[in-house]
Design a protein around this ligand. Structure first.
Ligand code: NAD
Length: 358
């Protein structure tokens, strides 16, 4: 008999093609929000400006100095902007870095967030915040940072370059895979994660052939929502711990790092993760799941290793201890320094995960 605790998270979701154009104002009204701080990077600002045009009179400030992994000094600037403008809501329009900056504001001000995601990061449905200081990323969980409302609009993701779409989609696949063995996994999160993989893989294959295909973008965004939801309640496991340390230490791009590391962690855990293997196989329609995932990445042009992202191999030794210190105690395969070395050297070289970790 399975025993579990499932702690569901609140949040309202509006999903649909054109939803950001047609439903965003109504969602702000529902929250009684009249003084909007908009957060968007320069690349996302075109989308944000167009979306805010119907309620431009409510926009009291715009913050665009977003940086990856939310450096603490950026968080401080964004908080200052919110306080000075007397904002009553934070509207984030963008990827995980933008959502993360909005979360940093919510963490200290308590302001509600309305999130309009434009990548497949999934941060918009998690209560997890992250900030970086001196090459070290700190994360925490606080319900104040969980967006009150998420407006998912696949149309907004069409402008995301294919390479980034693929990496971001594979990052979402990583949320699903990891949810099967993460510390707070449950039958609910596992069912959501399995379905998430199905939508993500279908979407990835569709947009690889036609990046502007609405059906593919819709499947990817729905998959990203499911992935983020599973990850939000199941928590992070070995894969996320590794990527978290690598991201902070070497300033690596988040989504690409996840896409590269995932098959290596999967190969490491698989011999001791039967349910995960069954569920992933069902979702992928194949039993050779490490090969299937690697083929998916290669076919989408996301092959290669961390070295292609500019990481120095000599850095691996510096992070083994940090990863081991935060690795979950109940990881399916016990985490050893030797095991981490194999995963990281394999991911760095982009070698065949089945060969490098067995
Ligand atoms: P990102 O937000 O850094 O975006 C990558 C790039 O894409 C940026 O230059 C951005 O301006 C651009 N961009 C975004 N949407 C676009 C669009 N539609 N068209 C054109 N350009 C667009 O990358 P990401 O992968 O979305 O997010 C990564 C960050 O999110 C990391 O810091 C990661 O730790 C965090 N994250 C947090 C959680 C959580 O639960 N707290 C979950 C997932 C990711």
């Amino acid at each position: 008999m399975t025993e579990f605790t499932y702690d569901g998270l609140p949040g309202r979701v509006a999903f649909g093609a054109g939803a950001a154009r047609t439903r965003l104002l109504g969602e702000l009204d529902l929250l009684g929000a009249h003084r909007v701080l908009v957060i968007a990077t320069d690349a996302e600002n075109g989308i944000a400006t167009a979306l805010c045009a119907p309620f431009a009179d409510r926009v009291v400030a715009t913050f665009s100095e977003v940086r990856p992994h939310v450096p603490v000094e950026v968080a401080e600037l964004a908080r200052k902007a919110a306080i000075e403008a007397e904002a009553d809501v934070v509207l984030s329009v963008g990827g995980g870095s933008t959502t993360g900056t909005a979360k940093a504001v919510a963490l200290t001000t308590g302001l509600p967030i309305v999130a309009v995601p434009t990548t497949y990061a999934g941060s918009e449905v998690t209560p997890v915040w992250g900030m970086t200081e001196g090459g070290r990323k700190t994360t925490g969980t606080d319900r104040r940072v969980l967006p009150k409302t998420v407006v998912y609009d696949p149309e907004l993701t069409v402008s995301l370059p294919v390479e980034l779409s693929v990496a971001s989609g594979l990052n979402a696949v990583a949320h699903c895979v990891e949810a099967f063995w993460a510390p707070r996994r449950s039958p609910v999160s596992s069912a959501v994660a399995e379905d998430g993989i199905r939508h993500l893989v279908a979407g990835l294959n569709t947009i690889a052939a036609d990046p502007s295909a609405q059906a593919g973008r819709g499947a990817l965004l729905l998959g990203a929502y499911l992935a983020g939801s599973a990850f939000a309640v199941a928590g992070s496991g070995l894969h996320h711990k590794i990527c978290h340390v690598l991201g902070g230490a070497f300033d690596l791009p988040h989504a690409q790092t996840h896409a590269i590391v995932l098959p290596h962690v999967l190969a490491y855990n698989l011999p001791n993760a039967e349910e995960a293997a069954d569920r992933i196989a069902r979702a992928l329609g194949r039993t050779d799941i490490v090969e299937a995932l690697r083929e998916l990445g290669d076919g989408l042009g996301a092959g290669g290793g961390l070295r292609e992202l500019g990481m120095d191999e000599s850095g691996i030794d510096d992070v083994i201890e940090d990863i081991a210190a935060i690795a979950p105690a109940d990881n399916p395969t016990p985490v050893t320094a030797q095991g981490l070395q194999a995963i990281l050297h394999g991911a760095w070289a982009g070698s065949d995960p089945t060969g490098s970790t067995r």
